[in-house]
Design a protein around this ligand. Sequence first.
Ligand SMILES: Cc1ncc(COP(=O)(O)O)c(C=O)c1O
Length: 397
Amino acid sequence: MNYRISDKFVSLKPSAIREIFKSLGTPGSISFAAGNPNPDSFPVADMRRFADEIFSSDPVTALQYGITEGYTPLRKLVADRLKRVYNIGAPDDDLIIVTGGQQGIELTCKVMCNEGDTVVCENPSFIGALNAFRSLGANLRGVPLTDRGIDPEKLEEVLKSDPKVKFLYTIPTFQNPAGITADFETRKAVLALAEKYDILILEDNPYGDLRFSGEDVPTYKSMDRDGRVIYCGSFSKVLSSGMRIGFLCANRDILSKIVVAKQVEDVHTNVFFQMVCAKYLSECDLEAHIAGIRNMYRHKAGLMISALEENMPASVSFTRPEGGIFLWCSLPEGKSLDEFVKRAGEKNVFVVPGTAFTADPAEPSRSFRLNYSMPTDEEIVRGIKILADIARDMGCE
Ligand SMILES: Cc1ncc(COP(=O)(O)O)c(C=O)c1O
């Protein structure tokens, strides 16, 4: 049969990262391509205990349909933590539990954008979000990142020229893929522009808890004066990614529509895991657990940065993240990213080419993303040496 795939989906390609996963598994291969949290960050023993307790004491709640907004005790615990840690939560705000931050991003676009509306994003940006926006018929406009976050001047050029912009999608802290954090000045400038041009900001912050150096910067949501920031968070990088628990905090008027959209999509987020998550938040010390993850990633990022400093030719630049799980390397002008990625793959070292993250898929890139949360220490050192040899071999000085 000739399947007539919808216009929206016919041109969408599978994530380059998922494709790279298919090449993994060769013994001795090293993957810097993942976006996964390190499995040592999963609190397995606590989860097993909570699962037992839930099925002994309250199996019906766990196994029955739940309410779309989320398991009430979890909503309250998440709202309390957001207030305590991030000063987020205005009187007009509400909070909904979603099936991973990914769903929060998609639902926001679904509720706010008509087909043909524009979503502005950092260029490069998170492929999962970009594909969600594309699948909903939004136009994407990428704004370059500087080492201080999204470039406000370039952002204003887009906002001036395009009256169809509905919102800015931004990952201001430990950005995926670049590992960059927007500084306070940038955030003030961007928020002022959002006010001037009357657009919303979708602030995606799945890595915000994972700072291992430098100073915290206030979230957009905590600086929001008039309900224009929609905040998306997730437990994927601090408790478990397979649990699929994220949350949106936004003005009630927006959230009430998001509830309807979620009802259509999946009725509610898995109740059992919401209960496990609630037990974890109320009975364990999440902040101490996060401190342990920060220590692990501080060590791994430090190791990768040292290996890059010691081995990479000076013309290959890279970001020095203060948290999160990625850094971003760029080849010098005139060097082919395709050739670099191909040669690395031949040596069983896998990186994600920058072309996987561009707002315009046809846009060329000289950059690639490196993940340090998953590889072992030995793999980080060995893998970076292999990449450095390839760069030198290609004439990078
Ligand atoms: C920037 C960003 N946002 C959102 C997500 C989605 O996370 P989840 O759906 O697991 O909460 C990810 C996952 O890697 C991400 O990198």
